[in-house]
Unconditional design. Structure first.
Length: 388
């Protein structure tokens, strides 16, 4: 019995020495591994970013459409939906709607110290030249001018300006930026790039040199540097598939290198009392062929138009005809399709939503902010499924 305490003591002493040795080894290993932990953290961050992007290359979405896009609410809902899952940051293409004296999004503004002439795509009177934005701003006199560009929703640190070669470059009138003067020419336009050292929400620009042959600008793009996903929207009131078949415009789309092209038309075509199925199909296919020729690797997504009404409050049954033709084209041409008409419940859904009173605008053709936000969320989710 007397030997028992000594045995316990020796065992305790042995365990204590073992514990001390293990603690020393652990501390030594931990200290030795400190650089590896830092490297692992860096690799983890890089891996996390790669997982967040989920893409081996830059993704550029080009969305073409009509007044449903020009108002800006629907595209902003798409952008917000995408940004929840993907690193979509900068506003993308911005269009000088206000300077062209028409309505536009509230998420950005382009203002100028002078009045500009504007021309936009319109099938009845195609312009001699057209910029990436589907329109141009021009002035024939040689007076100086300024622009103020504001992004109310998303900051940016890169501004791309599309201009004709004889038009002066734009430079900051307040603050500083690095100007990279465009050398590459597509059609009648070159692209200058302004790189800002910090994030901006409003920039002030002036013409670098005095104009000698007037000035013509074709659009602006706001991005974050090293942005991996871009979303560019071009909406024109009254536009149809045929509106965008201007070959000069098709060439200009190469500036944004679209990997995905979304086509959202059909509402204006359906205003006819009885649409020609074959004629409508020809118009759709003409635009698809032109875009495919210019961007052979791009993925196409067609959206059917939402159900709507005529001015006399009668339901527009031609929306179903347009949607059916688009479904057939998508299947035959192996294109992606989001069926907005079906998603909103077709004719029955249209009557129910209009009766509720908060989904449609007064004319029954356009929609409230709530309606456009809902539709943008639906298209955004469809794009997420397509991208992921």
């Amino acid at each position: 019995m007397k030997g028992l305490p000594r045995l316990l003591y020796h065992r305790w002493q042995h365990h204590l020495l073992t514990l001390a040795l293990l603690l020393f080894v652990s501390l030594f290993v931990a200290v030795a591994q400190v650089p590896s932990i830092k490297i692992d953290e860096k690799k983890t961050a890089q891996l996390s970013a790669m997982i967040h992007r989920s893409f081996p290359q830059k993704i550029s979405i080009l969305h073409l459409g009509d007044s449903h896009l020009q108002a800006g609410v629907l595209p902003e809902a798409i952008r917000t939906t995408l940004a929840r899952e993907l690193p979509l940051e900068g506003p993308g293409l911005i269009i000088p709607y206000e300077l062209a004296r028409t309505n536009g999004p509230r998420s950005y503004q382009i203002q100028s110290s002078v009045k500009w002439n504007s021309e936009k795509l319109f099938i009845k009177r195609p312009p001699l030249q057209v910029g990436l934005s589907g329109m141009i701003l021009s002035k024939v006199d040689n007076s100086p001018y300024t622009f103020t560009i504001s992004s109310n929703a998303r900051p940016f640190d890169q501004l791309i300006v599309y201009r004709t070669p004889s038009t002066p470059s734009l430079v900051p009138s307040i603050g500083s930026a690095t100007l990279i003067v465009g050398q590459k020419k597509i059609g009648n336009f070159v692209a200058d790039t302004l790189l800002y050292p910090t994030e901006q929400r409003r920039v002030f620009l002036r013409n670098e040199q005095t104009p000698t042959q007037g000035a013509t600008y074709g659009g602006f793009v706001l991005l974050k540097q090293k942005q991996s996903i871009e979303y560019h929207v071009i909406g024109i009131n009254g536009a149809m598939f045929s509106t965008f078949t201007h070959e000069g415009f098709i060439h200009q789309t190469s500036w944004v290198h679209p990997t995905h092209i979304v086509l959202s038309f059909g509402t204006n075509e359906a205003q006819a009392r009885e649409i020609s199925r074959s004629g409508f199909e020809q118009q759709v296919m003409q635009l698809i062929r032109l875009l495919r020729k210019q961007h052979p690797k791009a993925t196409f997504l067609l959206t059917t138009p939402p159900p709507s009404f005529r001015r006399n409050r009668a339901y527009n049954d031609q929306i179903e005809v347009v949607s059916e033709v688009l479904r057939q084209i998508a299947v035959r041409e192996n294109l992606e399709l989001f069926d907005m008409y079906e998603a909103l419940g077709c004719e029955e859904g249209a009557y129910n939503r209009r009766q509720e009173g908060d989904y449609y605008a007064y004319d029954g053709v356009h929609f409230s902010a709530y309606g456009y936000t809902h539709q943008g969320q639906l298209i955004g989710k469809a794009l997420l499924d397509l991208l992921q």
